[in-house]
Design a protein around this ligand. Sequence first.
Ligand code: PLP
Length: 410
Amino acid sequence: MTGRSFLMPNYAPPPVTCVRGEGSRLWDVDGKEYLDFLGGLAVTSLGHSHPAVAAAVAEQARTLLHVCNLFGTTVGPEVAETLDRLIGGPAGQIFFCNSGAEANECAIKLARKWGGGAGRGPKGHTRHGVVSTYGSFHGRTLAALAATGQPTKHEPFQPLPEGFRHVALGDVEAMDAAVDPSVVGAVLLEPIQGEGGVNVPPKGWFAEVRRICDERDVLLVLDEVQTGLGRTGRVLACDHEGIRPDGLTLGKALGGGLLPVSAFLAREDVMAQFTPGDHGSTFGGNPLSAAVGEAALKLLEREQLARRAHDQGEYLMAQLGKLNHPAITDIRGKGLLVGVEIDPKFASARLVCEGLMAEGILSKDTHGTVVRFAPPLVIEREQIDFAVAAVQRVLKSLESKAKVRETETV
Ligand code: PLP
């Protein structure tokens, strides 16, 4: 290799170059072993290179790899049925695509068409508005970015598509005021803000949002790209709140950690707004993705990974809590989506993550003060113990540095 980078510099230079993964473990080019406490950003729920998913890839690759969407396959309808059953159907109808952003784009397009449908808005208006929350993350494509409630991410890419408004997470009154039924067609929400710092809205907020949407004939679309498929201890994170959305996006874990697979699901009468030619995707739902999705969903069910995420997540949060370290100001999340808030006076979350990396634990700092953990759902108790002990050592070593800083400023 020349040493020159041929990759677009959209990510910071990687501190670790991985060559192999197995279960919850990763190895770098020098053979150093890491415990993956980020799970590929909540993708690798089944662990790295799960043999059953790898076998499904090989089998399907030998059988049928790609057919354009003008023709059908048997695997596509099969995975749609499995997904419908797993999420406690009826899901209505499903559109398969390739990334979380693409699933959200589809949801937003459908919401616009639905909102603009005959008789839905006052004369001359379409209800094309979408309400989401500050701090949310819905993807990098233009409409998904406009829905993302982080103005700093918008700035360089103005003008963005119009019609997006944002409210504070958990604020019923703000939602009530923003959902103006003459211009708003949909509310798009993450059940727990993942990228935004593992922010969990107060219990009961979703029920209020559901009520507001129902009263005004506005669609409630949930972005469960990160929280879905067992991650938070239930198959869908909205199951914790006992509500059902009109539309739902899934991604990340749907590809079994092996392939990019995502989906948009909606009530049948809502999906009916799309007519042939309105939307599509060359690779969406191709036989290979469908076979991998099917294998991933079957494993999720057979190995009761949602239950496991619940148990291991409770354990992880309890063990972190027992550290009782003053630098940890909050531990939050559900299942195996966990955020640890670090007092910025003590250290940045980035420093903690760097320390953890040196200890062989991969994690991610978010918004300066939060360390995000999203390990594979197959993580073992001993591995959690190992990681928590590493957190303790890292905080201890940072204590002395914090003391030095304190004396320097006195
Ligand atoms: N929605 C949520 C909640 C996400 O967390 C992400 C990615 O982190 C996305 C959408 C975008 O997914 P992708 O990067 O696959 O486009």
